[in-house]
Design a protein around this ligand. Sequence first.
Ligand SMILES: C[S@@+](CC[C@H](N)C(=O)[O-])C[C@H]1O[C@@H](n2cnc3c(N)ncnc32)[C@H](O)[C@@H]1O
Length: 211
Amino acid sequence: MRDNDRAISYPRFAAFYTWLTDRSFVRLGQERFRRECLEQAEGIVLEVGVGGGQNFPFYNAERVERLEACEPDEAMLRVARRRLAAAPVPITLTCAAVEALPFPDACFDCVVATLVFCSVGDVERGLGEIRRVLKPGGKLLLLEHVRSQNRVAAWMQDSLVPLTTRSMGNCHWNRDTQGAVLAADFQLIQVRKLLGGLQPVLCLSVIRPPA
Ligand SMILES: C[S@@+](CC[C@H](N)C(=O)[O-])C[C@H]1O[C@@H](n2cnc3c(N)ncnc32)[C@H](O)[C@@H]1O
């Protein structure tokens, strides 16, 4: 799968991220954040950048009818495939980048992205695609680490970006994802700051405005 004519393939990062998120201290540390974001998912849901399916266990079968899961990196997809059988909701897994979603207009009630937009090649195009496939009034749920509001911390994030993009699967540690989402004409419903310091983490709920 390609994004902006660049292959999205980071097998070493995929192996490292899978190992890391399987450690119990990381898994338990992230659990609260994942629950907080995913408990709001309902109806027909699309998750973009599913990675190794780290969110699959958190979908509530009473609220979620089915999940379309997209991931552009084959190495991540292989891990996600192994986790399908244990998932609590029906899942279809597709190789796709958020910038080119293979779905018709207005077909999802909800779209989920967790720890994805720091790595996306073309954020504006990706958000435009999410807007296109969401039904009017549909929800976009994001759990993302973002640019710090503190000038010194933001400067440190900027300095580290050449390193994080090279070693962490194109991760831009300094992205203002909330700003990008609002600029893409989503309507803010709720924003919760879950972590601060050098790695502020936000749980954002926005909607595609009703027609
Ligand atoms: C840090 S991992 C997060 C995985 C998972 N969502 C989670 O919460 O643990 C970032 C994921 O974003 C995916 N990604 C990178 N660029 C993408 C793009 N343009 N479209 C969709 N996903 C992308 C990567 O392949 C990777 O699986």
